[in-house]
Write a protein that binds this ligand. Structure first.
Ligand SMILES: Cc1ncc(COP(=O)(O)O)c(C=O)c1O
Length: 313
């Protein structure tokens, strides 16, 4: 029902009619081809989604906002009691080396999923005392240009709530994404690109994989961080708005406010800044992309070209 990808007879993987590149990954100390990368079935990530991750993009020979991503990763691990066993600087060097290897092999548009799990288990069972190794570190690399249609996407509001901190703090960027995957399934069933997830009080939290913002009467309005991931791109949008002299309102926002916004856009590392053209079947604004969304998108693009940690330093 949900498949856009397929496995061909010669073992290659196709997505949108294109062969997926056999990029180079990092798996627990080794640099290996994607087609040969393996990890134990007893890994805590496979068994329970017991781990955290960061989605990181490289633009040319720079890794965009690497320090911020590493900081969030280490904070999530600290909360979960996962000892990464490497310093932040060591982790950054691994990322840089991995990007160098992929670029040298001719791969472009590199997006990484840096995952740290609680490691391998002696036997099945959720209890962390069953873990016998240090954390597992896996960095998947894909050739992945921004994934959403820049011409605008459609959203539907799902009945499924985003977690509040009293269930599973969304500030932990955890590998277990069933909450959001169920929301994504709902979006697909309804023919939309993404789902809007509400918080436990019925205010907008975020979409299943991005932060959601709106423009009304010249102000940038965005939900509080109570029930959403503190997105690095979200923070950048606030920075851009302030630099543009715009009013910024961080507060509870209801879906009906989004329906009546002048402009709505999603943002995140994997898709950058993307206008929303429809929510729950209602058209948003009068122009897609709206002028302010377009400006945000351009400013963001400039930052991706200039900011970031060079892999050559
Ligand atoms: C649920 C969710 N919201 C928002 C984001 C965007 O965060 P960032 O801007 O840090 O990529 C992500 C990215 O992983 C996410 O998973």
């Amino acid at each position: 029902m949900y498949k856009l990808s397929q496995l061909t007879e010669d073992g290659s993987i196709m997505l949108h009619g294109q062969k997926i590149a056999d990029t180079i990954l990092y798996v627990n100390g080794d640099f290996v081809k994607k087609s040969e990368a393996v990890i134990s079935v007893y890994d805590s990530g496979f068994q329970h989604g017991d781990g955290v991750y960061e989605g990181i993009r490289a633009y040319g020979r720079k890794v965009y906002r690497l320090d911020e991503h590493i900081k969030r990763l280490y904070e999530s691990c600290y909360t979960l009691g996962i000892d990464i066993g490497k310093t932040k600087d060591e982790m950054k060097e691994i990322v840089k080396e991995l990007i160098r290897r992929n670029l040298d092999a001719g791969f472009t548009d590199l997006h990484m999923r840096l995952q740290v799990t609680r490691g391998f288990k002696a036997q099945t069972g959720m209890h962390p005392t069953l873990n016998v190794t240090n954390a597992s570190i896996v960095i998947c690399v894909d050739q992945k240009p921004p994934i959403f249609n820049k011409e605008g996407i459609t959203l539907v509001t799902t009945w499924l709530k985003r977690y509040s901190p009293s269930y599973m703090d969304p500030k932990i960027h955890c590998c277990n994404q069933l909450n959001q995957i169920m929301a994504a399934c709902e979006a697909i069933r309804q023919g939309a690109d993404e789902a809007i997830m509400l918080d436990q009080n019925g205010y907008v939290a975020e979409t299943n994989s991005t932060n959601l913002q709106m423009i009304k009467d010249g102000a940038l309005i965005l939900p509080t961080l109570d029930s959403q991931l503190p997105g690095i791109t979200r923070k950048t949008m606030i920075q851009i708005a302030k630099e543009m002299g715009m009013e910024v309102q961080v507060r509870n926002v209801s879906v009906s406010e989004y329906y009546n916004a002048d402009e709505v856009f999603i943002c995140g590392t994997v898709g950058e800044v993307v206008p929303v053209k429809m929510i729950d079947g209602k058209k948003i604004g009068t122009q897609i992309p709206g002028p302010i969304t377009e400006k945000f998108s351009q400013e963001y693009k400039k930052m991706t070209e200039t900011l970031g940690v060079s892999i050559d330093d």
